[in-house]
Every structure is written in C-alpha cells, then in structure tokens.
Design a binder for this molecule. Structure first.
Ligand code: ATP
Ligand code: MG
Length: 326
C-alpha cells in the first residue's frame, strides 16, 4: 500500500496556501488519485528539521478515522530541494472555502442573491458532526489539538464524507519555515490571540466562526486587506468586540433555532463558558440529522456540489479561452 514518489504522475494544481502547494496526482501502480502537498523548508537548522521529523512521526501514528483525511506518507528530502512532501487522500469535492467561492461565482453569473447559501442546515450539521467527532478522536487518543480549523481544512467528497486535514504540522514549525504572519489565522480564539494557555476549546471557537461563514458567505469579523496591519486590526477586534453571531433574520424555512443556539455556544469569548467538544456532540443541531435517510440526502448534496464545481471550472476555462481571442 506504500506510495513511492517516483510512481506518481502529476495531474494538475489543486490549490495553494500559506505554507505550500497541493497537486492532484495519479499513483500509477493502483490507479489511485491522491493529493500531494509540497512545503518548502527554508532552513538548515537541525533542531527545526528534527522537530519536523517528529511531527511527521505523529501524523504517521494517527490511525485512520472516517472523518480524517487519510495520510499515505511523508517525505523530507534534504539532499534535493529541502521540500517536505505529504501524500494525502484526494477529496474530490474540495474544501469548504472552494465550495463557497464556486457558490459566489455561480450567484454572480446567475444574478442570484448570494445569501441563499448552498450550505443548508443538513450540510452544516453533517460538517459540524464530522469536525467535532474527529477533534474528539484526535484529542482522546493522541492529545492532539488541531489549532487550524477553517473552511480550507475541511474537505468533502462525493461519497458524502466530510474530513478534516492539516492537523499534524504545527504552526510553530511552519512559522520557523516561512515568514512572520504565517500561522496567524483569523479563526484563532481570543485566548490564543492573547497568548494564554489554550485547549481544544480553541477549535470550538473556530468551528463557530466557520459555520457563520458557511451560512452568510462572509467571514464574520470583517475583512483584512492582506496587509500585516489589517491582520493585527482584525485580531484586535476578535479580542475586544462582542462575539460574532448568526444574523437574527435568518430564513426560517432554511435554518431553525438549533443552529443559532449551537453557534452561540461555540462563539463565546470566555473559554471557560464556551461549550466543550463533547457537549456539542450531544447538541440537538448535531444529533437531529443522524438518520440513514439524512445520510442519503447529504450524499446527494455532495454530488450536486461536485457538479457545480465541475461546470464552474468549465465555464471559467471557456471564458479564459474567449479572452485570449478578443
Ligand atoms: P493554509 O496554508 O493557510 O493552511 P490552505 O489550507 O488553503 O491554507 P493548503 O493546506 O496548502 O492551504 O491547501 C490548498 C488547497 O488545496 C486547499 O484550499 C484545498 O482546497 C486543497 N486541498 C488540500 N488538501 C486536499 C485534499 N486532500 N484533497 C483535495 N483538495 C485538497
Ligand atoms: Mg490546509
């Protein structure tokens, strides 16, 4: 089952983030499509490299879980170009941020109001369950705190599965690799921004923000202008302003009061008053969609998303072609 790098054929870029680039690749011996993430490591510091190798050992040791993106292996080759290569299960509907941006493009094209979110209550409930149950698993068995729950680290496939990724490589390590603002995420909880000791409840805060974003289509605490100052300003707002909330005028035919209550329990600034992962796993919003019928409906939703992504990609391609000729 082991994957050898030389048996991979690269199929195209999926996306890139602060730390690296993700490429879709074919593993020829078993025709398996995988995701290959490459992180440049700009260091010769042996301490950093050892830390990195330790982190990879942790990732390797985490046993498969239905809501965690499967890990196929990692390589660090100092001799070539100081790259860390991580091989992961490929999720064919992509990440939640990608689905959100496809949704926005779709709305623009069709002149529809973008607040009619594609993320209905069933989908958000399923996503919340997947995030909570995998966080619980990681903490109970490995004492791992994710620290980076956000739309781009929650992935979906057309089998109706929701999985989290990017928990293994700590921000401390990524920080030593790249520049200062890497690792500063706007989904960070107030206690973390303030540099206090933090627990798994930091991830609960991030989940709450993520849900607001899925419902409204916008990050709840206002934008950053991509300048370091913008980020500092935003972090300041997270600490000083009241907790973000779902809009009070939610469409009642789409969202019931459970989702509002759920978000209100996640987005509590004081960590001690915030609900825990285990408490939230028992919340009505999470438990009410657990029937087999709901699973089927969610799978259908995922397939629909995949088709939207595909057609949006096709339209974009055609547009680019047209532009070339004009
Ligand atoms: P950051 O660097 O801040 O964590 P990010 O999560 O967007 O941001 P990456 O983790 O490098 O950055 O991922 C880049 C993109 O690749 C993601 O946004 C996601 O859409 C896609 N992606 C990542 N892993 C997979 C995967 N296993 N299957 C399919 N798509 C993936
Ligand atoms: Mg990521």
């Amino acid at each position: 089952n082991k994957i050898e790098l030389q048996n991979l054929v690269q199929l195209g870029k999926i996306g890139s983030g602060n730390s690296g680039t993700v490429i879709k690749a074919l593993h020829v011996p078993d025709s398996r499509i995988i995701a290959k993430k490459t992180i440049p490591v700009e260091t010769n510091n042996e301490l950093v490299i050892n830390q990195l190798l330790r982190e990879l050992t942790i990732m390797r040791s985490v046993k498969a879980h239905p809501n965690i993106v499967e890990f196929y292996g990692a390589y660090y080759d100092q001799s070539s170009n100081n790259e860390l290569v991580i091989l992961l299960e490929y999720m064919n509907c992509g990440s939640l941020d990608k689905i959100l941006s496809v949704h926005k493009a779709f709305c623009q094209r069709n002149k529809a109001s973008p607040d009619k979110s594609w993320f209905n209550e069933l989908a958000i409930s399923k996503i919340s369950y997947a995030v909570l149950t995998s966080l619980s698993y990681l903490y109970k068995n490995y004492k791992i705190i994710h620290r980076d729950i956000k739309p781009s680290n929650v992935l979906i496939n057309s089998k109706g599965q929701v999985k989290i990724c990017d928990f293994g490589v700590s921000k401390k390590m990524v920080n030593s690799i790249a520049d200062t603002f890497v690792g500063t995420s706007t989904y960070m909880s107030p206690e973390r921004i303030q540099g206090n000791v933090y627990s798994t409840k930091g991830d609960v805060w991030s989940l709450g923000l993520m849900i607001i974003e899925l419902v409204t289509g916008e990050f709840p605490l206002g934008g950053i202008n991509d300048t370091p100052d913008g980020i500092l300003d935003l972090l300041q707002r997270i600490v000083n302003e009241p907790s973000p909330r779902l809009p009070s005028n939610l469409d009642e035919t789409r969202y019931k009061r459970e989702i509002t209550d759920f978000v209100n329990r996640c987005c509590v600034k004081n960590e001690r008053e915030r609900s825990s992962i285990e408490e939230l796993l028992c919340h009505d919003f999470v438990t009410k969609y657990s029937s087999a019928e709901n699973d089927k409906e969610f799978k259908h939703w995922c397939k629909k998303m995949k088709n939207y992504i595909k057609s949006e990609k096709q339209l974009k391609k055609e547009e680019t072609e047209r532009m070339k000729f004009e």
